[in-house]
Design a protein around this ligand. Structure first.
Ligand code: FES
Length: 321
């Protein structure tokens, strides 16, 4: 789907808003008349209209077999645009909020049997739903969960359950990058054709992307919970030549290639628009890209570009559109 096609919204009742770790709350939503909710699979997110009017997306963390509730974990982002603080501070059990049906850009391949999960901080939320699903299906996984401290770690009790013994490693770095978990040995070898799923802060995901460059790119999956760096200080406008029509379009500093192509009437598939899902992968025939995605492996970067986030280093690039 494209993100222009927002699923319809429905009123849901908030049934919980509880602190589960320092700065993290668990919120639960149910149908106002007790009807089953639209189903979801592990990795899905919902969009919520928060009381201050913002539309924010949150990954579902409960078991996908549950049809009576959606659960999300929200981290208070004091420096954010106010969505998380508004939800945590101003929403209480009994309130009604408009919520869109779940969308999944971070699906587990049904036939895969082995998974490597890497979560940083609140990036644990989609991974929790995955662990519940994978465990119920009798598949194998290992989880490496990196947080600042025990106090800021959500879902500790569930992840410490005896049935998960030997599968879960929780690492605290006390906010000191020199104490980060060494992921190199973990990613050195792809065991049993496992699929890697990573969600967390952008620097963690970029490090994992680089360290997993020798993995098949179809086995490496990321989910971003923050905006991609589509626009940075110092960005310059550039031209994109469309090889099939010969048309040349200008990409200003305020727009992405994807937005400019759509402005010009082209139908371009997209989904996440954060450079993580792979939907907008486009062949690049000439020029040099400024890659800002987490999808392309190093050897793909000379002739492919993710047009939802990446820009150009050269004055012009030519793409196969
Ligand atoms: S739309 Fe997901 S990577 Fe571009």
């Amino acid at each position: 789907m494209t993100t222009n096609e927002q699923p319809p919204m429905m009123p849901l009742r908030v049934t919980r808003n509880d602190k589960i770790a320092d700065g993290i709350h668990l919120l639960e939503f149910r149908d106002t008349s007790g009807k089953p909710l639209p189903e979801f699979s592990a990795g899905a997110h919902i969009a919520i209209r928060v009381p201050n009017g913002l539309l924010r997306k949150y990954s579902l963390c409960n078991d996908p077999v549950e049809r009576d509730r959606y659960q999300i974990a929200v981290k208070r982002e004091a420096q954010g645009r106010g969505g998380s603080c508004n939800l945590i501070d101003n929403v209480k059990a009994g309130d009604e909020l408009m919520v869109a049906a779940p969308v999944n850009d971070f699906k587990l391949p049904p036939r895969a049997q082995d998974f490597l999960f890497i979560a940083g901080g609140i990036g644990i939320t989609p991974i929790m739903a995955m662990i519940r699903q994978v465990q119920a299906e009798g598949k194998r996984f290992r989880l490496f969960y990196c947080t600042r401290s025990p106090e800021t770690t959500a879902f500790v009790d569930e992840l410490s359950a005896p049935e998960l013994a030997g599968k879960v490693t929780i690492h605290h770095d006390q906010g000191d990058p020199s104490c980060s978990l060494d992921l190199k040995p973990i990613l050195a070898e792809r065991r049993n054709r496992e699929h890697l799923y990573c969600c967390g802060p952008r620097p963690l995901m970029e490090a994992v992307r680089a360290m997993a460059d020798h993995w098949s790119s179809t086995a490496v999956h990321f989910e971003a919970f923050s905006e991609a760096e589509t626009h940075k200080p110092g960005d310059q406008p550039f031209r994109v030549r469309l090889a099939r029509s010969g048309k040349v379009v200008e990409v200003p500093v305020t727009k992405t290639i994807l937005e400019v192509l759509r402005d010009n009437g082209l139908e371009v598939p997209s989904s996440c628009e954060t450079g993580t899902c792979g939907t907008c992968r486009t062949k690049m025939l000439a020029g040099e890209a400024d890659h800002r995605d987490l999808v392309l492996a190093e050897h793909e970067r000379s002739d492919h570009i993710m047009i939802c986030v990446s820009r150009a280093r050269s004055d012009e690039i030519t793409i196969d559109r």
